[in-house]
Design a protein around this ligand. Structure first.
Ligand code: A2P
Length: 275
């Protein structure tokens, strides 16, 4: 798959032609209210142009408030939310998300996880797109078998699959399958929810290249052609995690990070089902 990185190297085209910034702020487990508003406002001040929230996170209102308060024009920020698959109708839930976010449309709307099976929600996702509630539609936490089941019935193809991904969770078979199907892989928990920052292999490379462990982990995702969504509620860390466009990792460093994988190159999206 040609990843069609833009000239400034900070965005790429999705299979439906929409452009997505490679770096986004994740706000999983960020409390609704000042904590979330500050994180999103700081990120936008610091140059992020991509925010990733979800109905299940309960913080869409704060994301919307920070977006408005930032003064950054709506059309310059890529906003993702996710359908909470405990609910029945993705189209109706998209409308509610738009009200909470205070926007007319999200850039990307994805099924948060394949609860109840891979395919049932897709009709409602397509309806949400046709109604103009979402520019692009996609998936999260889908393994290869689920992705293929979905592709078998899809009229509008999903353009992303957002999964837990990092050197230590280098799901190579899942990544290869996504690339073959022109589905962009978005990496959530790229820092292993913080746990990978103290990994000896990561620390060694960070020391050698003169960058922080977080920057090495985020940059590895770019080297692997991924979209990457580090989460932080601290302004200095939000800034640190974005300082990744001014250096590269050598092929040897990328290979050393690849070798930290603990998933055996799986095509699964997660080790255990949580629903
Ligand atoms: P905090 O939100 O308190 O800053 P992931 O993106 O893999 O989910 O990791 C998020 C976790 O890593 C959060 O606990 C976050 O803490 C922490 N974190 C994010 N960025 C950094 C950083 N640059 N340095 C240290 N810890 C970080």
């Amino acid at each position: 798959m040609a990843s069609a990185i833009t000239q400034d190297g900070r965005a790429r085209a999705l299979a439906d032609g929409n452009e997505i910034p490679l770096l986004g702020l994740g706000v999983w487990q960020v409390k609704d209210g000042p904590e979330c508003e500050n994180a999103v406002r700081w990120a936008l001040e610091l140059g992020y142009r991509h925010i990733d929230t979800a109905q299940a996170y309960g913080n869409e209102r704060s994301v919307g408030r920070a977006l408005r308060d930032s003064g950054v024009p709506r059309d310059e920020v890529f906003v993702t939310t996710k359908f909470y698959p405990v609910k029945d109708d993705p189209e109706a839930e998209a409308q509610r998300s738009l009200e909470r976010l205070g926007v007319d449309q999200v850039d990307l709307y994805i099924i948060h996880w394949p609860q109840g099976g891979a395919t049932w929600a897709w009709d409602g996702m397509q309806r949400a797109q046709q109604a103009g509630y979402a520019k692009s539609i996609g998936l999260s936490n889908f393994n290869v078998a689920e992705l293929d089941e979905l592709l078998g019935i899809a009229e509008a193809r999903p353009v992303v699959n957002q999964v837990q991904f990092s050197p230590l969770k280098f799901r190579r078979a899942l990544l290869d399958a996504c690339e073959e199907r022109d589905v962009a892989l978005e990496a959530y928990s790229p820092l292993g929810t913080g746990r990978h920052l103290s990994d000896a292999g990561v620390l060694a490379i960070a020391e050698r290249v003169g960058r922080t462990p977080a920057q090495v982990l985020v940059r590895w995702c770019l080297e692997r052609d991924l979209i990457v969504l580090p989460k932080s509620t601290h302004r200095d860390r939000i800034e640190e995690n974005a300082a990744i466009f001014d250096f590269e990792l050598s092929a040897d460093d990328v290979a050393a990070l690849d070798a930290l994988d603990t998933t055996d190159g799986t095509d699964e999206a997660q080790e255990g089902q949580w629903w």
